[in-house]
Design a protein around this ligand. Sequence first.
Ligand code: XIL
Length: 440
Amino acid sequence: MSLLLVTGTAVVVSTSAQAATTLGASAAERGGRFFGTAVAAGKLNDSAYTTILNREFNQVTPENEMKIDATEPNQNQFSYGNADRIVQHARSRGMQVRGHTLAWHSQQPGWMQAMSGTALRNAMLNHVTQVATHFRGQVTWWDVVNEAFADGSSGARRDSNLQRTGNDWIEAAFRAARTADPNAKLCYNDYNIDNWTDAKTQAVYRMVQDFKNRGVPIDCVGLQSHFTGGSNYPSNYRTTLSSFAALGVDVQITELDIRNAPSDAYRNVTNDCLAVARCTGITVWGIRDSDSWRSGENPLLFNGGGGKKAAYDAVLAALNSGAPNPTTPPPTTTPTTPPPGGGSCTASVTPGTVWGDRYNSSVTVSGASNWSVVVAITAPQRVSTTWSGSFSWDSSGSVMTVRSNGSGNTFGFTTMMNGNTGARPRITSCTSVQSISSPR
Ligand code: XIL
């Protein structure tokens, strides 16, 4: 009798050990994502603060300590003490660091504010080089350029002393950062680029697209996502994330805080990131409401006493119910959900010959003899030649549907890179069909 009770208890314990209990651990189980926070060096000796930091988060962004006024207070005199303290705290605990930020119109030291023209351009590039070199190997992502676009309907660049050095200042900063730290992921970061239809979002999208087309080094886009009454969580947020990602960059939510911390909005943001394979993590802009730059709005996940708020529970539950590692199937293979009236099959891409301007791919289908496979091509890449299937395209020319034509279970195609050398075709579905519908 007592033996049975002991056995029963053991089973209960092993079952309850399944759901992650912290934000960072749960995010890590969802495709290796991170869940991070902004950190202020001045709070690292507040044990209530560090207890939450060390328990919950696996990524850190220095809130002010890597900004230009902090790291180069006088021209060519660099000061890294507070930033180094945060980096050391984070890295010694296995947390990744986002560097914020190398070039920005705001929080410039007085000497830089007073500069213009070639002297300013050179000072900016020197700053990027020096700071990125100092932190080389310690920073996973750099916000190379922050907030360079104007709000409102213009879609224009923000006017600033840096912008007045010439429109190419942003790409110049990215190139300097790549040279200084070739392994860091280089990001463009901004606010009010959450709503897909906003002119500012579209303008940043076009810049990233242009950078990818011309080979300007850019790896990621950060959406600050400071949501207030005037700038709410938009229902098309997921579209924004996936649209940037489709350009061949990672996306991150980099400074999340939401006025009054409504659970629904926090849950939606989390679910939207989990739904986009290249949304690699979320950073909240502070730990407790009392740590927030907008402390009057109580926008964070912990209250001033360090207690978990309802929004915390909503985020953790959303993370825990997300698809486990990996979030989406590896890009080469897609097992699919059977549509009504049809069955599923599996399609795998095998990379073929690569030339300077184009490459071949072949796709092998298993699990069906009559099938329909949908393949997404990243524009401006375009399919130029096809074989061993029956091919059709949507109006954008980027979504190709291939049906079996009786020549076997493998088809192939050539894709022109058109300047984008990195992107590769993705299978979006494989459907087993009852019979091949006769043409016309
Ligand atoms: C804020 C900090 O939180 C404040 O402590 C500081 O006084 C001003 O800057 N966008 C950004 C962040 O990229 O660097 C800003 O951080 C918030 C808005």
